[in-house]
Design a protein around this ligand. Structure first.
Ligand code: FAD
Ligand code: 2HG
Ligand code: ZN
Length: 460
């Protein structure tokens, strides 16, 4: 058995000593961006190729060193930082993007490219990458595949899962699997790329992927619609989805969140007064959809005000009100985050109930709610609460009672691992454990993520 310095030397022989970080150099990889999850690592290893990733995994396996894969470290559930002294395997240096294939409308890239870089590469080829969200500048392709990120355009293009047509990954065994043909029609057994989507680094390390691209219509119109209630926003979204073929986003914001973003970042609402609820929608089409959007919005009952933006600058100003919610809330205090889905019809009732239950448990706390109303996905952020004191049990209990999900798009990570059994049947958990056992027989891949100790042993 090697000593720790000998293991670090072994890593250095694979990736170069400058890419084996310890001490202060490792510290920014050991805490997540919200400051909620903080640990220490054995070392941070930064390989540049798939072969180097495989060699690092092999060393870790030989020495029983658990690994936390890390992309942009923008994750929300404590899955990408070393909370138990793990080795951090950072994909930060794996950032190459192949030429876009305009005929197949696909692109291959290494796992460490940011979503923004992928979007720009698609744009340069006259196409678009179908996933977008506020963390685009830092979140990576591998991280978004590992968490099956959703974001702003799910109602139009689906989740990250729907964009993946091929994957290259290093398993917990150190073996490399590569399925990058990009064939849309290929019914030759299990679709291995799908297995890695949402696996949160527990089966292996995604080193590259081939992604579907979509058409990029030339006209875009955004509209901020002020409404009296969440129920009105849910029904307005249904009407907009029915009548606007090019609807790409339908996002919900509440008065307190919009005021907070304005206050923290000086982003001004286009309205002279405040309203209880805002729906931010965007429509993309090859013919100017301005009149069509105007007509459908006019037909909506209960609209209190509307601001329409067709040029890029004014659209971006409306989107900042939404994109900046997360960072504005973090300025108030380190939040407890609950990313949940409930059936559309139950959304308004959920908001009323969840607010009153949070206040009953934590009268000292402030609750912020916003999200992807088109997907039934709300982000409940709680600041100022002293500890959990029943918060998670209560919120997840309510979500399950309503037929929803305790993780809509951020994943399970370490923070929700002990609640997974609320959502998955014991049969499903048995299959998940069996898959992990085959691909990661020594349980070195993110061992504290997804499965809590009880779920791991099958006693949950
Ligand atoms: P990390 O945070 O580094 O890791 C996340 C998880 O994936 C960890 O479990 C990690 O171990 C694993 N992982 C990372 N890379 C790999 C790899 N190559 N192979 C295997 N496992 C890997 N998410 C949404 O879904 N929708 C949103 O709208 C959204 N908005 C956001 C807005 C802001 C401002 C921010 C900061 C974040 C937002 N997120 C959103 C959350 C976050 O960006 C996503 O979870 C993203 O998918 C994480 O990517 P990452 O590269 O930062 O991964
Ligand atoms: C978003 O939709 C992200 O902006 C982040 O998923 C949600 O901060 C959050 O809770
Ligand atoms: Zn979100």
């Amino acid at each position: 058995m090697m000593t720790q310095p000998e293991v670090l030397d072994a890593f250095a022989r694979v990736v170069g000593a400058q890419n084996v970080l310890t001490g202060d150099l490792a510290s920014s990889y050991e805490v997540d961006w919200t400051g909620r999850y903080c640990g220490t690592s054995t070392a941070v290893i930064r390989p540049a190729t798939t072969a180097e990733v495989a060699a690092v995994v092999t060393i870790c396996r030989e020495h029983s060193l658990p690994i936390v894969p890390q992309g942009g470290n923008t994750g929300m559930v404590g899955g990408g930082v070393p909370l138990h002294g793990e080795v951090v395997l950072s994909l930060q240096r794996m950032t190459s993007i192949d030429e876009v294939d305009p005929v197949a409308m696909q692109v291959s890239a290494q796992a460490g490219v940011t979503i923004e870089s992928l979007q720009l590469a698609a744009e340069a080829a006259g196409l678009r990458y179908g996933v977008d969200f506020g963390g685009r500048g830092t979140a990576t392709l591998g991280g978004t595949i590992a968490t099956n990120a959703g974001g702003l355009n799910v109602l139009r293009h689906g989740m990250t899962r729907d964009q993946v047509v091929g994957i290259e990954a290093v398993l917990g065994t150190g073996d490399i699997v590569r399925s990058m043909s990009g064939l849309i029609k290929d019914n030759t057994g299990y679709h291995l790329p799908s297995l890695f989507v949402g696996s949160e680094g527990t089966l292996g390390i995604v080193t590259g992927a081939r992604m579907r691209l979509v058409a990029s219509p030339s006209h875009r119109v955004a509209a901020l619609i002020a409404l009296p209630s969440i129920d009105a926003a849910v029904h307005a979204t249904a009407t907009l989805r029915t009548h606007l073929e090019g609807l790409e986003a339908a996002e919900l914001m509440l008065d307190d969140g919009v005021q907070l973003v304005s206050r923290e970042f000086g982003v001004l609402s286009p309205f002279a007064r405040t309203y209880p609820v805002y729906l931010l929608v965007e429509v993309a089409a090859s013919n100017d959809p301005l009149d069509e959007v105007g007509n459908v919005v006019e037909s909506l009952p209960e609209v209190l005000d509307v601001a329409v933006a067709a040029d890029g600058h004014r659209r971006a100003a409306l989107w900042r009100l939404r994109d900046d919610h997360t960072t504005a809330i973090n300025r108030v205090g380190v939040p407890q985050k609950f990313d949940v889905t409930v059936p559309h019809i139950a959304l308004a009732g959920f908001v009323t109930k969840v607010r009153s239950q949070i206040t009953a448990l934590h009268p000292e706390a402030t609750t912020w709610i916003f999200g992807h109303v088109g997907d039934g996905n709300l982000h409940v952020n709680v600041t100022g609460a002293q500890g959990d004191r029943g918060l998670s049990d209560t919120i997840y209990g309510l979500v399950i009672d309503l037929g929803g999900s305790i993780s809509a798009e951020h994943g399970i990570g370490t923070s929700k691992a002990k609640y997974l059994a609320m959502q998955k049947s014991s049969e499903e958990l048995t299959v998940m454990r069996a898959l992990k056992q085959v691909l990661d027989p020594d349980n070195i891949m993110n061992p504290h993520v997804l499965f809590s100790r009880e779920v791991q042993s099958g006693t949950a």
